[in-house]
Ligand binder design. Structure first.
Ligand code: ATP
Ligand code: MG
Length: 269
């Protein structure tokens, strides 16, 4: 087992009462697996991911539990040790590529950044590997894109640059937090297809977060449904679609009719 999360909780102590954003979250994931987390806004999806990555910014946050990654508890690592893990072992992409990309840095340099920070390779090899990551992320003609600025690219292309940057160190786990939410449905479907390919060809495990059960269905064989910080239901995505146990899950299914289908369109519904 690659990832073993035991009773992960995130509690904020910034109000009159402690607020539990994530409540005893459990997940076991094998190498190369693709798992979805779905839930309404505020259900604790991002805080779960941020806790794993050690990037919860608030000084009022209390994170407890264990998150064993290949046997090492991520939650017990120092910020410095965590930085070494980030990108290398696990990597995250966010919803908004424009806020995650540095507008003052050319595309190629941003993809290369993690390699430079880790100081692993000579420049020529860094560039070769970055170009390969860009190709993997579905960017056409990466040599030409190398010197482009983020604002010159479309939203979908920017998200692909983020994916390339997240993959450049060849992580074992990619956490994708609503990576397609800001994009239109056609581009969304293409990016999901790219993530599928990356999983298939590189064996990268993906923890895919979305409020949209239809999107999760297109990518993830297994899903966890979160509500108010808790997992209320989990299992094979198709089972949960066919026979949801919780009214809440039924609502998640019916509030967004299936619009995104991979391959073969279905983008007009
Ligand atoms: N820094 C913080 N301080 C206090 N509460 C916070 C903080 N960050 C998040 N929360 C709260 O934690 C809860 C879970 O937030 P989280 O961002 O994980 O939700 P989410 O499921 O990702 O929602 P969305 O779909 O809108 O992204 C929310 O109620 C949120 O208000
Ligand atoms: Mg979120």
């Amino acid at each position: 087992m690659m990832l073993d999360i035991r009773d992960l909780s995130v509690v904020f102590h910034d109000g009159p009462q402690p607020f539990t954003a994530v409540d005893r979250f459990n997940l076991q994931m094998d190498a190369g697996e693709v798992v979805g987390i779905v839930g309404e806004s505020g259900s604790g999806k991002s805080m779960t991911a941020h806790a794993l990555m050690g990037i919860i910014q608030s000084p009022y946050a209390e994170v407890t539990g264990k998150a064993l990654f290949d046997g090492t508890d991520l939650l017990s690592l120092s910020p410095r040790q965590l930085r070494e893990y980030q990108g290398d072992e696990l990597s995250i992409i966010f919803q908004e590529p424009m806020t995650s990309l540095d507008p003052t840095m050319r595309v190629g340099r941003q993809v290369e950044e993690a390699l430079r920070v880790h100081g692993k390779l000579p420049p020529a090899e860094r560039k070769a590997r970055s170009l390969a990551a860009m190709r993997l992320a579905g960017l056409p003609d990466p040599e030409n894109l190398w010197d482009a600025w983020p604002h010159e690219l479309s939203g979908g292309m920017r998200q692909r640059v983020m994916i390339a940057a997240a993959l450049v160190l060849r992580p074992k786990l990619l956490i994708a937090d609503e990576p397609t939410t800001a994009l239109d449905v056609t581009i969304q479907a293409q990016i999901l297809e790219t993530l599928k390919d990356i999983n298939r060809t590189e064996g990268v495990a993906i923890l895919f977060i979305s409020h949209d059960l239809a999107v999760v269905r297109a990518l993830c064989p297994r899903v966890l449904v979160m509500k108010e910080g808790r997992i209320v239901e989990s299992g094979p995505t198709e089972d949960i679609f066919r026979t949801p146990r919780e009214d809440y899950t039924r609502l998640l299914i019916s509030s967004r009719p299936t619009r995104t289908k991979l391959k073969g369109g279905g983008v007009h519904g």
